[in-house]
Design a protein around this ligand. Structure first.
Ligand code: THU
Length: 160
């Protein structure tokens, strides 16, 4: 038996103001998207924005459905949109912000497991890391230099 320790490095900022203006601008685009989320069931709005290497910004939000599992998270909405519209562009940054319609979300909201699995495939395909930033409506912001920090023991197409 061998014990294996897995380490990840994340950076926690006390507020968005500690980050460069380019990240603040991207986060405000994600917040606009968040406010347009279709989340009548969970009442939990999530917005995401991607900065691409062609200079374009794409945004997305969670889209729910009366048949609950048919809805989609903001992160997959935006990344599939990017894949459809700019298939050859690389993703430099992904920012995520979440807010509840019921109470104030002040803690950073990380992408769910299914979204991590989807994002990592784009990161592997583009052969360069995606910087991820996530936050609530206000408060601390968490940065990861690569999706891989959020998804150890990744399952990818190399094993198929
Ligand atoms: N949601 C996201 O958009 N991203 C996540 O990473 C976690 C959850 C959405 C899905 C659903 O519409 C609502 O938040 C509550 O789960």
């Amino acid at each position: 038996m061998k014990e294996v320790k897995i380490e990840s490095t994340l950076y926690v900022y006390n507020s968005l103001k500690e980050l460069p203006e380019s990240v603040q601008d991207l986060m405000s685009k994600a917040a606009e998207a968040r406010n347009k989320a279709y989340a009548p069931y969970s009442k939990f709005n999530v917005g995401a924005a991607l900065l691409l290497d062609n200079g374009e910004v794409v945004i997305g939000s969670n889209q729910e459905n009366a048949s609950y599992p048919s809805g989609l998270c903001a992160e997959r909405t935006v990344i599939f949109y990017k894949g459809a519209k700019y298939p050859d562009a690389k993703i430099l940054k992904m920012v995520i912000t979440a807010s509840s319609q019921i109470n104030k979300t002040t803690s950073p909201i990380p992408p769910c497991g299914a979204c991590r699995q989807v994002i990592v495939e784009y990161e592997i395909n583009q052969k360069s890391p995606i910087e991820i930033y996530f936050m609530g409506e206000t408060g601390k912001v968490v940065k990861s230099n690569s999706l891989k920090n959020l998804l150890p023991l990744v399952f990818d197409k190399s094993v198929l």
